[in-house]
Design a protein around this ligand. Structure first.
Ligand code: SAH
Length: 349
């Protein structure tokens, strides 16, 4: 029989495993403390467990931590990008970001991605597979271990992959990450980012958790958006924006719209005014992202002047807008870039 994995099990499920081994339920709490609070990488370290139980666990179970294949830190120390090797040899990326307000981890939800956004490196080799909740938790723990003593306070599911295409495991992940006997992160500090899978947004709204929904918009009209993001042909703006508005109403949480500014493509004043019309009345916040140039995509970053003009049109129309602080560009923190360089993602067709 294959071994079971601690990461990915709730406290109740873990207690069941211990019951099957003839052990009391409090063993689950002990093991969770080691795994989530004390950075334990093996059962051998769990010195408050009886020695024979540690031996039994070494045979029957595993923790589910991941091998850190590479770490890149930015020169200013604000960002660290981890390349993690999964048990089957696949690679994922996780990014650790130090902000003024805390420390956030950017978690991948899939190996590769099937969504085909034209500007994104993660999707170039297609989708390899979904990640499990345990593999997403392991990313948080590896980021925590790399955080040099500061507590990881925020999580954004904004790494490789489309989280709403793997919603069951992503929901399991956020619940486990929230569990007070586990990592204990507040839902309010978690964000799920989607390219716009409307049925997934509706399902997420039904969960009614105070998570932040981020939607990658990148264009104010269907013609342009469908060109950049094939998903828009299936779920055009006339369906996407009402689904976002409904999410905001249901959860009381402001929706974040991500908009990467690409020179001469989506960064003109006309697009900014289109965005104002599109988002008028929606409880939202727009995050303008300086585009990360991906070799071979043919897209370039907008000039700082264009970014500022775009920002001021939104701001003057009363739309809350921020320009994402530049982080991680120097270490290729844009989706999928490190993994591609490590040669795991396949070359563009
Ligand atoms: N699939 C999800 C989450 C992963 S992508 C989504 O689409 O939201 C995370 C964010 O990075 C998205 O907003 C995505 O559009 C953006 N992104 C992808 N490639 C980029 C690039 N080269 N430069 C800037 N942002 C990029």
């Amino acid at each position: 029989m294959s071994r079971w994995t601690v990461l990915g099990l709730s406290r109740a499920e873990l207690a069941e495993r211990f019951a099957a081994l003839g052990q009391p339920a409090y063993r689950a709490d002990q093991v969770m403390r080691w795994v989530y609070r004390k950075d334990a990488r093996s059962f051998g370290e769990m010195t408050d467990l009886p020695a024979d139980l540690r031996q039994l666990l070494l045979r029957e179970a595993e923790i589910g931590r991941l091998e850190v294949a590479a770490v890149q830190r930015s020169a200013d120390g604000s960002t660290a990008k981890l390349l993690l090797r999964l048990a089957d040899g696949e690679m994922v990326e996780t990014v650790l970001l130090h902000h003024d307000y805390g420390v956030s981890v950017c978690v991948s939800s899939q190996v590769g991605c099937a969504m085909g956004c034209r500007f994104c490196a993660s999707t170039r080799g297609g989708l390899a597979r979904n990640l499990t909740a345990g593999e997403m938790l392991a990313q948080v723990l590896e980021a925590q271990a790399a955080a040099e003593g500061r507590r990881v306070s925020h999580a954004v599911v904004m790494g490789m992959g489309e989280p709403l295409a793997n919603l069951g495991e992503v929901l399991r992940f956020v619940r486990l990450l929230h569990a007070p006997e586990g990592f204990g992160m507040s839902y309010r500090n978690m964000t799920i980012s989607t390219c716009g899978l409307v049925p997934g947004i509706e399902r997420l709204a039904e969960e009614n958790l105070p998570l932040t929904l981020a939607v990658s918009l990148h264009a104010p009209c269907d013609r342009l958006r469908s060109r950049l993001m094939p998903v828009n042909r299936r779920y055009p703006l006339s369906r996407l924006i009402p689904a976002c508005a409904a999410y905001a109403e249901r959860t009381g949480r402001r929706v974040t719209f991500e908009y990467a500014l690409i020179a001469g493509v989506n960064d003109g004043p006309g697009e900014a005014r289109g965005l104002v019309r599109l988002l008028g009345g929606v409880l939202c916040h727009v995050n303008l992202i300086p585009f990360n140039e991906v070799p071979g995509s043919g897209f370039e970053r907008s000039s700082p002047d264009r970014v500022e003009e775009f920002r001021s049109i939104l701001a003057e129309a009363g739309i809350p807008v921020t320009v994402r602080r530049e982080m991680g560009t120097k270490i290729e923190a844009a989706c999928g870039q490190l993994r591609r360089r490590a040669g795991k993602a396949g070359e563009p067709g």
